[in-house]
Ligand binder design. Structure first.
Ligand code: FES
Ligand code: MG
Length: 572
């Protein structure tokens, strides 16, 4: 053993302190030998009925406990904050950093030698990882797994993706309101997170690519018995990790992030991953630039044929071989020697993985989308610190586009305007919603995939250039420029656009420009003032005061970095 276990600072004490620490835990039937110096393993559980995607995590926690006991550890499950993507308002992203603080402080303040993190829904995964990274005790994640594929009238339904499609169909008069309601239960058939390659599936895959969950974990359906086996294996493994003192900072090194960024391109992953990886890297002191997300994966084609970029769903992905099959296909482009929570390297984990269905996981040489169709990082006077466009979800015909701006200061204004049959817009119009960034909204909501104006939908228009400082759901698609930084609310370029100005998007050149002279822009900037924050107290106030821009992961400025595992004082 490398270090004395930190739990000894509680349970190894003699006198009244040791008595108190042990005695109160004995109140739930804990035998005395549990305090004999064995690793104490926290199970950080984001279970909640308000987070339907995580509602089964207590059953999974029981299996983790079995594994911990089998390896002669002492498991203690504790709740963390939970963020239900579909329910929480105004947006779960506002609370990701709060949840990460809860996780960080709960781990550090308690007598834990190692932690198993249980997460699933979009923000719960990065929040737990960020918190654990800032404590840096041995940690391993078990994601909850995807729901079974949606089934509807002989076809398949993908979480999120088909909601966006159906709601446009209803608006265009091609689907009845009754059929729309029928589809609800058909989409969400089992426990688990969204089964498209949305943010939750993306983050589960990237946790595996980063080396923070056991190989082969990400794709196992939530209700598949093998996920329960996996949870038990994770419980065993975390005890060994404590003995090895294998920490998040040993696993999540720059090379691991580079692997994750490349894997994100191969799976056609969510744009949200970028903001989460940037924040996570910030906790670990790993240097990561916006351009890394554009340049590093340029030679990586999209291999995984899942919605929203492709046709299939997570269940199919698991049966086809899951992430190990993808990583094996990419091995020549990955850092093979990075250590993972399995205790083995990336190469050892995936080197002999098989692909069982090349319709779902494509061959590197016959990909779904060619290389250089991943995330483009755009710069220019509209986004000096960068903006994103997911090329695989966009329309090729709009990759170079010049058109007049139609500008809105809120999504509410936008939503009202697009129903107007006389809206002054054509298919060439560039739709802009601003003041929806981290500070402006606050919380950088998923509104960037702006619905198209009704009048144009009825004309058969299927895509238009849309720009915002917001995010979009990982399950959505369209020629959508997101995460513009700095955001409008702190005086970024978007704040100075006026309706009718010409906007130029050139994805091959990676530029996003407002065609207005510098002198005129300076005049507009001089007459601009920041809108007042709607929040004068509470967490939203703290958030708006301290949130960093999207290119820095929208973490809070005082949370960047780590405080380690030491607790400086104890009360008695
Ligand atoms: Fe929870 Fe999609 S809503 S994962
Ligand atoms: Mg989502």
């Amino acid at each position: 053993m490398v270090n004395e276990l930190r739990s000894r600072g509680w349970f190894g004490l003699s006198g009244k302190n040791g008595f108190i620490h042990r005695s109160w835990l004995k109140n739930h039937g804990t035998p005395h030998e549990m305090f004999d110096g064995r690793p104490v393993i926290g199970i950080a559980n984001s279970w909640s009925e308000l987070t339907p995607c995580n509602a089964h995590l207590r059953q999974l926690a029981e299996k983790v406990k079995h594994g911990v006991y089998q390896a002669s550890g002492y498991p203690l499950e504790f709740p963390t904050m939970s963020l239900g993507e579909t329910i929480m308002r105004p947006t779960t992203m506002l609370y990701r950093n709060l949840m990460s603080m809860d996780v960080e402080e709960s781990i550090r303040a308690n007598p834990l030698d190692g932690v198993v993190l249980l997460a699933g829904c979009d923000k719960t995964t990065p929040a737990q990882l960020m918190g654990a990274a800032s404590v840096d005790v041995p940690s391993l994640m078990v994601t909850g797994g995807p729901m079974l594929n949606g089934k509807f009238r002989g076809g398949e339904l993908g979480s999120g993706t088909d909601v966006w499609r159906f709601s446009e169909e209803v608006r265009a008069g091609r689907m009845s309101a009754e059929d729309f309601v029928d589809a609800e239960a058909c989409m969400s058939r089992s426990n688990g997170h969204c089964m498209t390659m949305g943010t939750a599936s993306t983050m589960a895959c990237l946790v595996e690519a980063l080396g923070m969950q056991l190989p082969g974990s990400a794709a196992i359906p939530a209700v598949d018995a093998r996920r329960y086996t996996l949870a038990e294996m994770a419980g065993r493994r975390i005890v060994d990790m404590v003995h090895e003192d294998l920490r998040p900072s040993d696993v999540m090194v720059r090379e691991a992030f580079e692997n994750a960024i490349k894997v994100n391109a191969a799976i056609g992953g969510s744009t949200n991953a970028i903001v989460h990886l940037a924040a996570l890297a910030g906790r670990l002191g790993v240097p990561l630039e916006m351009e890394d997300f554009d340049v590093l994966p340029r030679d990586i084609p999209t291999l995984v044929n899942l919605m929203p970029s492709g046709d299939y769903l997570m269940e199919d992905f698991y049966y086809a071989g899951g992430l190990p099959a993808v990583m094996r296909e990419l091995l020549d482009s990955l850092h093979r020697e990075v250590i993972t929570v399995s205790g083995a390297t990336v190469e050892a984990n995936v080197g002999d993985a098989d692909c069982w269905d090349q319709r779902v996981i494509k061959d590197f040489n016959q990909p779904l989308q060619p290389a250089d169709t991943g995330t483009a990082v755009l710069r220019g006077n509209l986004a000096p610190d960068g903006a994103l466009l997911k090329q695989s979800a966009a329309s090729p015909a709009l990759m170079k586009h010049r058109g007049p701006a139609l500008v809105f200061d809120s999504i509410e204004e936008y939503d009202a305007a697009i129903e107007d049959p006389d809206l002054d817009a054509t298919a060439d119009t560039v739709l802009i919603v601003r003041y929806a960034g981290p500070r402006g909204y606050p919380g950088m909501p998923e509104i960037g995939n702006l619905a198209l104006p009704r009048k144009l939908l009825e004309q058969g228009v299927q895509d238009m250039v849309r720009i915002s400082d917001a995010r979009m759901s990982g399950t959505s698609y369209g020629t959508v420029v997101l995460h513009a930084a700095p955001e409008a609310a702190v005086g970024g370029g978007l704040a100075f656009v006026r309706t009718g100005d010409m906007v130029e998007l050139d994805v091959p050149a990676r530029t996003l420009l407002l065609d207005v002279g510098d002198g005129e822009l300076d005049r507009r900037r001089a007459s601009w003032s920041a809108p007042p924050s709607p929040h004068q107290r509470g967490y939203a106030h703290l958030y708006a005061e301290h949130v960093l821009q999207a290119d820095k992961g929208a973490d809070l400025d005082f949370l960047v970095g780590a405080s380690g595992r030491e607790v400086p004082r104890r009360p008695f």
